[in-house]
Design a protein around this ligand. Sequence first.
Ligand code: NDP
Ligand code: 2IT
Length: 449
Amino acid sequence: MGYVDEVLELVSKRDANQPEFLQAVTEVLTTLRPVVEANEELYRKNAILERITEPDRAIQFRVPWVDDNGQVQVNRGFRVQFNNSIGPYKGGLRLHPSVNLSIIKFLGFEQVFKNSLTSLPIGGGKGGSDFDPKGKSDREIMAFCQSFMTELYKYIGADVDVPAGDIGVGGREIGFLYGQYKRITNLYEGVLTGKGLTYGGSLARTEATGYGLVYITEELLKDHGTDFNGKTVAVSGAGNVAIYAIEKVHQLGGKVVTCSDSTGWIYDPEGIDVDLLKEVKEVKRARLTAYAEARPSAQYTAKKDANDHGVWNVKVDVALPCATQNELNLDDAKALVANGVFAVCEGANMPTTIEATKYLTDNKVLFIPGKASNAGGVATSALEMSQNSERLHWSFDEVDEKLHGIMVNIYKNISSAAEKYATKDDFVAGANIAGFEKVVEAMLAQGVC
Ligand code: NDP
Ligand code: 2IT
């Protein structure tokens, strides 16, 4: 049996009850075959694949907090510090009832390769909790965040591990988390990114993941003789990544006609009104029904169940999944192909199932995986860390220009790795291989650790 298959078997046995983690490991290791086979003796001797699939540590803790009725609630908190070979652990915190160790490990594993692709010095980690922020008052959110940080602060630091936002964690939550870290440690340091602009945040971090996704998609389109002008685009999600992806597509001359949340989705043939969407989601924290009520051209469809992904049935040129993992399955891929989709680029982490990815790429749809196409968020987090270290503040245009350059560079690197080791335009292999090579070189240089 080859080395890749041996390690896949080992991980499947060891983590049999972690389906999302196994999915991510399978997707990465199977595409690494050409590189692993070329270096089999060296990698085996140094147990590179065994080490890269096992986190440095996984911390789990109790998060007790008091709700508005005076009742004590208990949630489960996680921080998985996956690999710090090329820099301090870096990755977001997710607050969603579905969060468990499997989900945090898959996200931490992906983050290792993504962060490497940014070309900036950041290792991979992820954390979060099964706390559900929906319907909670600001005071309850603060109580939860303070309790979460009261445990988390022991394991993080500006040069150790730097968390940020993810699903359910935006500016409000980062503010409460930062305040508690500062209060406990008495340190004013860049321990979190995505901070507010008055206390060390970076301009353009809010926009960065969505903008970065569209910058790399634009590069892909350019490389294939076209651009966003006049293109119709489907976006899923209606959160941070989705909103700023929609905004940038519109700036580049495309038209986004869909968005969604966990209960329903919008089809708006006139193009999504991004200012209205921001008002509904960022200010009012309301459902998409509020968007449809305020916008005559919009049609709202309630989801029948969690597997109802109506947005992928709309005829579009480009699809940008920006909600959550496994939200684009084989049936969705078939619908997109039947409607003649040209490119699918992932804004979310692992939104496309392995079968759907294969179907899309077998049918010659251009496909960029999230670890490359959503890396603009974490890359701009690393730029926030740089600004914090030098105690300076860069302009919006300066950060945005750097972000653009980083995304173009990622596109170049994943394209050339695909051509060198796999086939032209196999960006899944290209992203995994390009991300892996740098981490492995650092692991080998640092010896057994
Ligand atoms: P937000 O919390 O801002 O938005 C998430 C959106 O996805 C919401 O519209 C939400 O709907 C929907 N959603 C979340 N979970 C589910 C679910 N289980 N089923 C259906 N819909 C769901 O998160 P972000 O925009 O920050 O994150 C979106 C994706 O992008 C995630 O995969 C995240 O890991 C990834 N990502 C985020 C980055 C960032 O910088 N924020 C960077 C790189 C990747 P509802 O509100 O109804 O739950
Ligand atoms: O998945 C991701 O890359 C993020 N949620 C952003 C992480 C970060 O540290 O900015």
